[in-house]
Design a protein around this ligand. Structure first.
Ligand code: OOG
Ligand code: NI
Length: 463
């Protein structure tokens, strides 16, 4: 009998989740359609160059999802389900601190980590956990009510978790079990029809709409699914032309003439969805909540720690200039800052150690017995070596906060005079019960592996 491997489970889960979400949120389907059109047009216009950051097959199928849970216990269960799909926690994002937001969560992303697995299917899920112990958001009384509410709910049925553990242990599932696992996993992320306790929901909403979305209901749901697009500026124009109201910016790096780096994202506002509500007298009425939205992203080259530090520094410059010139469009300011401070070619990014690449010996390198030069910059310039960009597979905390924020109606409340509780990367690793991996270390490993191989091939020392 045939079995289904972990990556096949991951690909099937991503596809079924996408189908389910398209039924729940029809505007998502529009976004996917427009993304596909843009990708086809870019491929036609740019040819092979359009696939420099991923094959069109990968990019067309590529999605990230976002989910939100309430407790470390729930997060551990999520880790078991995603672990079965070959997805591991990477990166720590503290959205309580990012920008001026008031989002009481800390987050990580579950994703495949090695190159081959990413090429097979790169599905990733941005996963946030509520922080009830942070006194800036929740006082002692609300915290204990919230924790009691969360302790009493079950997001994932034991059968789902048992199948997940089996898939992890065996690296695969028999066909029938795979089918059952996928069915239960997709169902766990559907929007529940169970009535929402209106008073409780509103109590949490006064703190934050995200707190209410997580802790105000007895289930979880996929918050958004995000297709990948090759030209996000064009996508933005086409969505706007269709009369879909997008948030007013594209988050992340500006549009500019140099290589795409990191991640650019934009979204349309959350749509009102009908939800049954239980009122204080016990009757059930039909209400509506705005929590789910549509997001789209363009991915670029992963930056090294140095490159990222430069990126963060430039953001600071841009903020400063934008506040001094409020009438000038931020995108224009950002573009000018980038053109001035960032190298405009892949080769220079590589030579200055600002971005990650894998390196191969060039097929048309000198064969006249001459010795290769020292250093990646020279090896590239003199045609000994070719560099392939490593795609950024992660998220950006400030953009994520912007994505959360731009879709909230209220500002929420945060008492900035209080000390925040230390929820950090180590704390999160402990809560999940597995290491939260460092994204830089993963990219670096990939780059170093290729350099070691290159050194052997060319007989180099000290590159
Ligand atoms: C997650 C928001 C962050 C992204 O792409 O940066 C995110 C959420 O809304 O739950 O998905
Ligand atoms: Ni997202």
């Amino acid at each position: 009998m045939s079995t289904i491997s972990q990556w096949q489970l991951r690909a099937a889960f991503a596809a079924r989740l996408s189908e389910m979400y398209g039924q729940e949120v029809p505007a998502y389907t529009t976004l996917v359609d427009v993304s596909r059109e843009v990708n086809e047009d870019v491929l036609r216009a740019r040819g092979a160059d359009a696939e420099r950051l991923g094959s069109i097959g990968r990019v067309t199928a590529e999605r990230h999802g976002a989910i939100r849970v309430g407790t470390p216990r729930e997060l551990r269960q999520v880790a078991r389900i995603f672990g079965a799909l070959g997805m591991h926690p990477v990166g720590f994002y503290d959205l309580r601190e990012a920008a001026a937001s008031a989002v009481p969560v800390v987050s990580t992303a579950f994703r495949p980590v090695d190159g081959e697995e990413l090429a097979r299917n790169p599905f990733r899920v941005f996963t946030s956990m509520l922080t009830p112990a942070d006194p800036r958001f929740f006082d002692a009384e609300l915290r204990s009510r919230l924790e009691a509410f969360l302790a009493d709910r079950e997001l994932f049925p034991p059968e789902l978790l048992a199948l997940a553990d089996r898939a992890t242990a065996e690296g695969e599932l028999p066909q029938q079990e795979a089918e059952r696992f996928l069915h239960l996993a997709v169902r766990a992320f559907e929007l529940s029809a169970e009535p929402v306790d209106r008073t409780w929901y509103e109590t949490l909403e006064r703190i934050s709409a995200v707190a209410a979305d997580i802790g105000g209901v007895r289930s979880t749901h996929i918050n958004h699914l995000t297709p990948r697009v090759l030209d996000i500026d064009e996508l933005y124009r086409r969505m706007t032309d269709r009369g879909i109201e997008m948030i007013d910016t594209i988050q992340g790096p500006p549009a500019w003439t140099g290589p795409d780096v990191l991640l650019r994202q934009t979204s349309f506002r959350a749509l009102a969805e009908p939800r049954a509500m239980r009122t204080p007298d016990g009757s059930v009425i039909s209400g509506a909540l705005r929590v789910r939205f549509g997001e789209v992203e363009a991915r670029g080259i992963a930056l090294t720690r140095e490159g990222r530090a430069l990126y963060d520094e430039l953001l600071g410059h841009i903020d400063e200039q934008a506040s001094r010139n409020p009438s000038e469009p931020r995108g224009e300011i950002a573009r000018a800052v980038w053109e001035r401070h960032l190298p405009g070619s892949e080769q220079e990014l590589a030579a200055r150690g600002l971005a990650y690449f894998t390196y191969q010996p060039s097929p048309d390198r000198p064969r006249d017995g001459s010795r290769p030069p020292v250093g990646i910059g020279e090896l590239l310039r003199q045609g000994w070596v070719r560099a392939e960009p490593i795609v950024y597979e992660d998220f950006l905390p400030r953009s994520a906060a912007g994505i959360f924020q731009s879709n909230l109606s209220g500002e929420g409340t945060r008492h900035s005079d209080q000390q925040g509780t230390a929820y950090d990367a180590d704390w999160l690793s402990g809560a999940i019960g597995r290491d939260v991996l460092d994204p830089f270390a993963l990219y670096e490993q990939q780059q170093n592996d290729s350099l070691a191989h290159l050194a052997r091939e060319l007989g180099l020392t000290g590159t």
